[in-house]
Design a protein around this ligand. Structure first.
Ligand code: NAP
Length: 328
């Protein structure tokens, strides 16, 4: 497995990480045995970068990841996140980036993960009621306490990132980035590059859509997060399927799966990019990791750009409620 540096002065991690969220929520029913086998296989294949969050589950995903890395903690660069507080049954989560919450949440994550230190601790969303400087100062205190090694932010604007780095170095920004969500290119990504902050694309497979295998919202279970995403709704799906089919055709000609080509495209966007494709099954994991070996020439990238040009996706990437939580 190839390695990449997270940020200009950050640590080295596997060029592809593993997103663990789907093992506990969002994309259909959980299969804990296959999830554990997937984590095992990921480590066996050289993945060192695991991504979880306290809100995944809620809380159970950190426990799952924690159990899986027991006895081999040193082989893993472990990222988790704080800032979301689950609502009472059925009600939406809220954001809390206050120093008190961050301190308490970190202790809880350490306990659930069963580790002494979190390698990369992200603020999952910016709390509009807490200045980012206060949140980052609280996170920096966790480094002084030896509870955390590096700091990250998720779904932040370039402006917020500048304010944050004035308080403490930020090692990575994690935001949605893929062939169908290229917003970071005109927002936070250039600022990351200027400041030497690494970039971790989440949902690099468009929540599975870029694999070409998701054809209808009816295939999703009742609690599947994608049911609420405008891009999967009937009024947008036809346009999006036509585009993903054009992309899949290119992948086929080159001897890759669409998921592999989508990841290879992301890796080709810069050495500072470390995607974290999510899966709860070994089959997809193995397929996805092979993407790290694919080298795309300029002509390949131009061909992809012509077939699925920036801005092709119909519909928003989030429902209005989820969009409202994103920093602008
Ligand atoms: N910071 C944030 O706010 C935020 C938000 C979302 C996600 N994340 C992180 O980013 C990680 C990755 O994002 P994501 O999981 O949302 O989306 P993703 O990686 O774009 O897609 C995951 C979905 O694609 C499917 N899939 C994976 N590989 C496939 C393949 N080769 N062929 C067909 N389908 C495939 C998975 O299926 P199975 O489920 O069946 O394996 C899953 O449903 C998450 O696990 C989480 O750690 C962070």
């Amino acid at each position: 497995m190839l390695h990449r540096r997270l940020g200009r002065n950050g640590p080295e991690v596997s060029a592809l990480g593993l997103g663990c969220m789907g093992m506990s929520q969002s994309y259909g029913s959980a299969d804990p045995a296959e999830a554990v086998a997937t984590l095992d296989r990921a480590l066996e294949l050289g993945v060192t970068f695991l991504d979880t969050a306290d809100i995944y589950g809620p809380f159970t995903n950190e426990e799952l990841v924690g159990r899986s890395i027991q006895g081999r903690r040193e082989r893993v660069f472990l990222a988790t996140k704080c800032g979301f507080v689950p609502g009472a049954a059925g009600s939406p989560s809220r954001i809390d980036g206050s120093p008190e919450h961050i301190r308490a949440a970190c202790d809880e994550s350490l306990r659930r993960l069963g580790v002494q230190t979190i390698d990369l601790y992200y603020l999952h969303r910016v709390d509009p009621r807490t200045p980012i400087e206060e949140s980052v100062r609280a996170m920096a205190n966790l480094i002084e306490d030896g509870k955390v090694r590096y700091l990250g932010l998720s779904e932040v604007s370039g402006k917020t990132l500048r304010r944050a780095t004035a308080v403490h170095p930020i090692t990575a920004v994690q935001s949605e980035y893929s062939l169908w969500t290229r917003d970071p290119e005109d927002g936070v990504l250039p600022v990351c590059r200027e400041l030497g902050v690494g970039f971790v694309p989440f949902s690099p497979l468009g929540r599975g859509f870029l694999s070409g295998s998701l054809r209808s919202v009816d295939a999703f279970g009742e609690n599947d997060f994608r049911r609420d995403i405008p891009r999967f709704q009937p009024e947008n799906l036809g346009t999006n399927l036509a585009a993903v089919d054009r992309f899949a055709e290119i992948a086929k000609r080159k001897g890759h799966t669409p998921a592999q080509l989508a990841l290879a495209w992301l890796l080709a966007q810069g050495e500072d990019i470390v995607p974290i494709p999510g899966t709860k099954r070994r089959k997809y994991l193995e397929e996805n990791l092979a993407a790290a070996e694919i080298r795309l020439a300029k002509a390949d990238l131009a061909e992809i750009e012509a077939a699925v040009p920036k801005g092709w996706a119909a519909g928003n990437r989030y429902s209005p409620a989820s969009q409202a939580l994103v920093d602008r």
